[in-house]
Design a protein around this ligand. Structure first.
Ligand code: SF4
Length: 540
């Protein structure tokens, strides 16, 4: 290993850290801002590196990783924060197992919702599952902590959650790699009771997990990343993740301001390893003087540390910097009592808004033209009260904008099919689910099985562009040519499975065929097919 530094995205630093930690297999489902971790690992796999594969969804990815751990080898699973909801069943139960080969779950949160439907903070999940969490503040820590996470997982026999955020995942900085470690040999676990969550075993394992918390707290108490600096006892500041960087970015000005007030740097505790180092927090707050009654918490995401502090301290008021959106150097500066930075102010007031939109020539545009036409013919009244159109997560969400304005709900991966079924059960006359091929395979297919079982009068429209387009054109798990066979295998009647080409020239024809299926009083599936233009361009 040369000493050369590499310029890596935070996501790439995690991937390289995993390879250098001796990972044997990596799995994931694409989701911004986590996608580049597995893309990097897959690129290495294609050059002969360890196994790395996209999976149907985050739960199947985590289950495959559990199998790797069961076989004694190291594995990493990657997903965005909402993906952890999908994987939650496996994740929470994994904490009760006797993890053998190190298991790391890298979850990228999206504060500010740049490309997500919520801002949930994965530190709550680690706390809920009672497993350690590492939260890097820069690309070097992303590399180092990934390597460490595998060791911690094997030391305490628990999965370890690595919490990333958008600005870390998608920013590039220098990383100095260390010597790579080899892979574990295959060595299947022989302690069956540690892997069988039958109630009799699960009770014991759960008690052991609770007992393990003392060791984990001791580990986080001694972890070098959870460290103090500053000396003045008039103020207490706690930072975590990128909050530590933004605090440091303002430190010169903050120190100068305090110098004028005759004060030195205040006591400061940075936290990057969880469970929360409660003893260190008590030490911090025990050290501050009588003048302090406020703790400033600079953390990004939901107020995890802030809420935990309420259980530790009672004499202090705890103040987070932001509760919604991202931290940045400016809001941290304001929280520190500093005046706004001087500099060039850039006014964006006169720029026209540029909302995301479908690419010119996107096949979804032609599908939406046909859907809109069919729906308008069925119910021409404003808001077509007899027709409900539930949509899903993917490029086609952009059909919510004019000129189509077709989707009426977008909730979570796969929800369109279940919601259309529920609306049909409730008595809404014409119920439609609009879902992409990858989202359908991720979690729409299970609701289709429910609809088949009840022969629910509804129409599932699958927009098959042969790719996971929105996250950068990853392959779908079932190729287009097999999609219809899969749907027939689910029990959909062949006479109510249509495959249409999403083409501008045949919009009228497609709308007429679609209208017939929407009006049919049973379950129908209509697949609109045409390759994503971006994928086509990349292939060429
Ligand atoms: S990336 Fe592909 S599917 Fe997405 S909007 Fe562009 S052409 Fe359409």
């Amino acid at each position: 290993m040369s000493n050369e530094k590499l310029a890596l995205l935070g996501d790439e630093a995690v991937a390289l850290g995993a390879i250098h930690a001796g990972v044997s297999a990596s799995y994931g489902y694409p989701g911004t801002p986590s996608t580049e971790i597995l893309e990097y690992l897959i690129a290495q796999y294609e050059k002969g590196g360890p196994v790395a594969r996209w999976c149907s969804n985050e739960k199947t990815a985590l289950e495959a990783a559990l199998g790797v751990s069961f076989a004694g080898r190291r594995s990493i699973v990657t997903m965005k924060h909402v993906g952890l909801n999908v994987a939650a069943d496996a994740f929470i139960n994994a904490a009760l197992l006797g993890i053998k080969g190190g298991l790391v779950i890298a979850v990228a949160d999206d504060p500010g919702m740049h490309s997500s439907q919520n801002e949930q903070d994965s530190r709550f999940y680690a706390n809920f599952a009672m497993v350690p969490c590492l939260e890097p503040r820069n690309q070097q820590e992303a590399y180092d902590m990934t390597r460490e996470a595998f060791d911690v997982s094997e030391r305490f026999h628990v999965p370890v959650l690595l919490r990333l955020v958008t600005r870390l995942s998608h920013a590039r900085a220098a990383v100095k790699p260390e010597k790579a470690r080899g892979q574990n040999p295959v060595s299947k676990t022989t302690e069956k009771n540690l892997w069988m969550l039958l109630p009799a075993f699960a009770r014991k394992n759960y008690a052991a997990l609770i007992e393990k918390q003392k060791e984990l707290e001791e580990w986080s108490f001694r972890h070098p990343v959870n460290k103090f600096d500053g000396s003045e006892k008039d103020m207490a500041i706690i930072t975590s993740g990128l909050g530590g960087n933004y605090f440091e970015e303002n430190l010169d000005d903050f120190t100068a301001m305090r110098k004028k007030q005759g004060k030195k740097a205040p006591l400061h505790l940075h936290i990057g390893a969880y469970p929360l180092p409660e003893k260190k927090i008590r030490k911090l707050l025990g050290a501050v003087g009588d003048a302090v009654d406020e703790v400033l918490v600079i953390e990004e995401g939901q107020p995890f540390i802030t809420q935990k502090l309420f259980g530790i301290v009672s004499d202090f008021s705890v103040k987070p910097v932001v509760q919604c959106g991202e931290l940045d150097p400016d809001n941290v500066r304001e929280a520190l009592g500093l005046p706004p930075r001087k500099g060039i102010s850039i006014s964006t007031g006169e720029l026209p808004p540029r909302p995301p939109q479908l690419c010119q020539g996107c096949p979804h545009a032609d599908s939406y033209d046909a859907i809109k036409k069919a729906v308008t013919e069925i119910d021409p009244r404003p808001g077509h009260p007899d027709v409900g159109i539930n949509s899903d997560i993917g490029c086609y969400s952009l059909g919510a904008a004019p000129p189509w304005s077709v989707p009426e709900s977008i909730v979570c991966m796969g929800a369109s099919v279940g919601m259309a079924k529920g609306a049909a059960d409730a008595g809404l006359k014409h119920c439609i689910a609009v879902i992409g091929d990858s989202t359908f395979l991720h979690s729409g297919i299970t609701s289709l099985l429910d609809a088949v079982a009840a022969d629910t009068p509804m129409t599932v429209i699958i927009l098959d562009n042969s790719i996971v387009a929105m996250t950068g054109c990853q392959p779908t798990i079932v190729p287009s040519e097999n999609l219809a066979k899969l749907i027939l295998g689910c029990g959909v009647k062949p006479e109510h499975l249509l495959e249409l080409e999403a083409k501008k020239q045949i919009v009228e024809e497609n709308a007429a065929k679609l209208k017939k299926e929407i009006e049919y009083r049973g379950l129908s599936v209509v697949i609109f097919k045409r390759e994503c233009l971006e994928a086509f361009r990349k292939k060429r």
